[in-house]
Design a protein around this ligand. Structure first.
Ligand code: ADP
Ligand code: MG
Length: 244
């Protein structure tokens, strides 16, 4: 098996205390090998977003370890965690979260500017080329379609060459055709060595992944390798009816 890009060891995340306490993640242990595409599925409230946020250093587990390569995120103070997120992790959201007043090129360059680096124009345009938007570099988000905006967000997430790219329903706001374009891009990036972890509700989207994890009540209840969409849909029904 490949080297691990990310490892979670008994990760628990609880919210609140006493009678109001919610265990969003319940002692989750898993390994994500480098250069693989993982989809995370499960009913609403099953802990998908919490899993992603803890794995990406956007949230802190109540207990357990999150290893990005050799670094345990849970051991880092705020400043170092912020720097790690900036330098080693990419994130795309369902809402593209682009800055409306900036062009595509400026949006993509932003993470480099925030890191105090002087972005090289050629490097920024190169990433835009990879998502098929080299010729839209000067456009603002309002001048782009939803699919194009998500591709700019993808370019922005990739410009720092993150070890792991996370997506929380990155195709949730797209129609199926533009969603398929974004998924094909993600698949292509994985085939070139990128590690991707994506939350989705859509069996077709999940079928682009190498592995699907099914969450229920904050635990990984099931998984499928090299899944087909109909197989995923069948497994979703089964785990909803009879969690194992
Ligand atoms: P999913 O993304 O699968 O819909 P979440 O990870 O968002 O699930 O949430 C899992 C559980 O944790 C839910 O019961 C949710 O209400 C709870 N939860 C998530 N974030 C918070 C929070 N900040 N405060 C309190 N409860 C939360
Ligand atoms: Mg969620």
């Amino acid at each position: 098996m490949n080297e691990a890009a990310l490892r979670l060891g008994s990760v628990t995340r609880s919210f609140g205390t006493g009678a109001d306490a919610v265990t969003a993640l319940d002692s989750v242990t898993l390994t994500i090998p480098k250069g693989t595409f993982t989809a995370v599925m499960g009913p609403s409230g099953s802990g998908k977003s919490t899993l992603l946020q803890c794995a990406a250093g956007l949230d802190r587990p109540t207990s357990g370890a999150v290893m990005l390569g050799d670094t345990d995120l849970t051991k880092l103070g705020e400043t170092r965690l912020t720097r790690l997120r900036r330098d080693r992790i990419g994130f795309v959201f369902q809402a593209f979260n682009l800055l409306p007043s900036l062009t595509a090129e400026q949006n993509v360059a932003l993470p480099l500017r925030l890191a105090g680096r002087r972005p090289k124009r050629a490097a920024v345009l190169d990433v835009l080329e990879r998502v098929g938007l080299r010729d839209r570099a000067g456009h603002r988000p309002s001048e782009l379609s939803g699919g194009q905006q998500q591709r700019v967000a993808l370019a922005r997430a990739l410009v720092t060459r993150p070890e792991v790219l996370f997506g929380d329903e990155p195709t949730g706001a797209l129609d199926s055709r533009t969603g398929a374009e974004v998924l094909a891009l993600l698949r292509d990036m994985v085939d070139r060595g990128q590690t991707v972890i994506m939350v989705t509700h859509d069996p077709v989207a999940a079928s682009y992944a190498d592995r699907v994890l099914f969450l229920a009540d904050g635990r990984v209840r099931d998984e499928l390798y090299s899944p087909a969409a109909d197989q995923i849909a069948a497994r979703m029904t089964r785990s909803a009816v009879a969690p194992c």
